[in-house]
Write a protein that binds this ligand. Structure first.
Ligand SMILES: Cc1ncc(COP(=O)(O)O)c(C=O)c1O
Length: 255
C-alpha cells in the first residue's frame, strides 16, 4: 500500500464534486471559486478576492495589477524563490535585489531606501519561513515614495500544519528525525508514553493559538505534533523542528 497523501475529509466533498461536474465548469473560476471568494471577502472585509492555484500565479497577477511596464524597477530580497523575480521579469521589470538580514533572512528594511530610484514601482518583501518582515517600516517607505507593496508568503506552510520534532542524537541526526517524524501518520502517537503525552501537550498549545485553517481563525492550527527521539550525550540536547502543511506528502510501503 502506497499513500501519496491523506487529505482531510469532512463529508460533503462528493456532493460538491458532483454539483461542480453538473455545472459543466471544471477549469476553475466556477461556482465554488465564487462561493469561496465571497466568503473570504466577507471574512476579511475586502473589496476583491482573486483565488489562484499557486503563489507563482498570485505573484504574476499582482505584477499585472501593479501595471508594471518594461524598464520599471522592483525591489525584492536577494534571497528568495525564482517566482518572486520571474513574475515581474515577465512584465519587463528590472529587479533590484536588496540584501537580507542575517537574523531573519528577510529583506533588510534599512537598506531599501537607498535602492529606490525614480523608476521604482514596487517593493516585494518575502516573509521567509514564518518570520514576518518589518512591515511598518516598509509601508512607511511605500507611502513616502508612492510605491506598491506585494507581500510574498510563498515559503510558509498553510495551516493546518503538521509539526515534526527530532530530539537527540547529533544535530544532523535530530534534523533527520524531525523529517522522519513528519512522515508518521497524524493519528499515530509516539510509542513511548512520555513522548506521546508531550506530543498531545504541544498540539494543544499550538491549537490554542487560534490561528486556524488558512490562518482565518479556529481551533485547528495543527493536525499533529510528531516527535522522534534518539539517545544523546548528556552535555548537549539537539532539537530540530520541521513544519509542513496538511498535505504532507509521503509514501508508506508494506513489504
Ligand atoms: C518565496 C517564494 N515565493 C513563491 C513561491 C512559489 O510558490 P508556488 O509553488 O505555490 O508557486 C515559493 C515556493 O517555494 C517561495 O518560496
Amino acid at each position: 500500500m502506497i499513500d501519496f497523501n491523506r487529505p482531510a475529509i469532512v463529508g460533503n466533498e462528493l456532493k460538491y464534486i458532483q454539483d461542480a461536474v453538473a455545472q459543466g465548469m471544471l477549469c476553475g473560476d466556477g461556482k465554488y471559486t465564487k462561493l469561496c471568494s465571497e466568503w473570504m471577502k466577507k471574512r476579511f472585509d475586502v473589496n476583491q478576492v482573486f483565488l489562484t492555484t499557486s503563489c507563482t500565479h498570485a505573484l504574476e497577477m499582482a505584477a499585472f495589477l501593479c501595471d508594471i511596464q518594461p524598464g520599471d524597477e522592483v525591489i525584492m530580497p536577494s534571497y528568495t524563490f525564482v517566482s518572486t523575480a520571474d513574475a515581474f521579469v515577465l512584465r519587463g521589470a528590472k529587479i533590484v535585489f536588496v540584501d537580507i538580514r542575517p537574523d531573519t533572512m528577510n529583506i533588510d528594511e534599512n537598506l531599501i531606501e537607498q535602492a529606490i530610484t525614480d523608476k521604482t514601482r514596487a517593493i516585494v518583501p518575502v516573509h521567509y519561513a514564518g518570520v514576518g518582515c518589518e512591515m511598518n517600516k516598509i509601508m512607511e517607505l511605500a507611502k513616502k515614495y508612492n510605491l506598491k507593496v506585494v507581500e510574498d508568503a510563498g515559503p510558509n506552510p498553510c495551516p493546518p500544519i503538521v509539526v515534526g520534532v527530532g530530539i537527540g542524537g547529533t544535530f544532523d541526526k535530530a534534523a533527520l528525525l524531525a523529517k522522519k517524524a513528519l512522515m508518521r501518520n497524524t493519528n499515530v502517537r509516539n510509542a513511548d508514553p512520555f513522548y506521546a503525552q508531550l506530543e498531545e501537550e504541544m498540539l494543544e498549545k499550538i491549537n490554542a493559538l487560534g490561528i486556524g485553517p488558512q490562518g482565518v481563525g479556529g481551533k485547528t492550527t495543527a493536525l499533529a505534533v510528531n516527535i522522534e527521539k534518539m539517545p544523546t550525550h548528556i552535555a548537549g540536547l539537539p532539537i530540530a523542528v520541521n513544519i509542513n502543511c496538511h498535505v504532507t506528502r509521503h509514501k508508506s510501503v508494506e513489504l
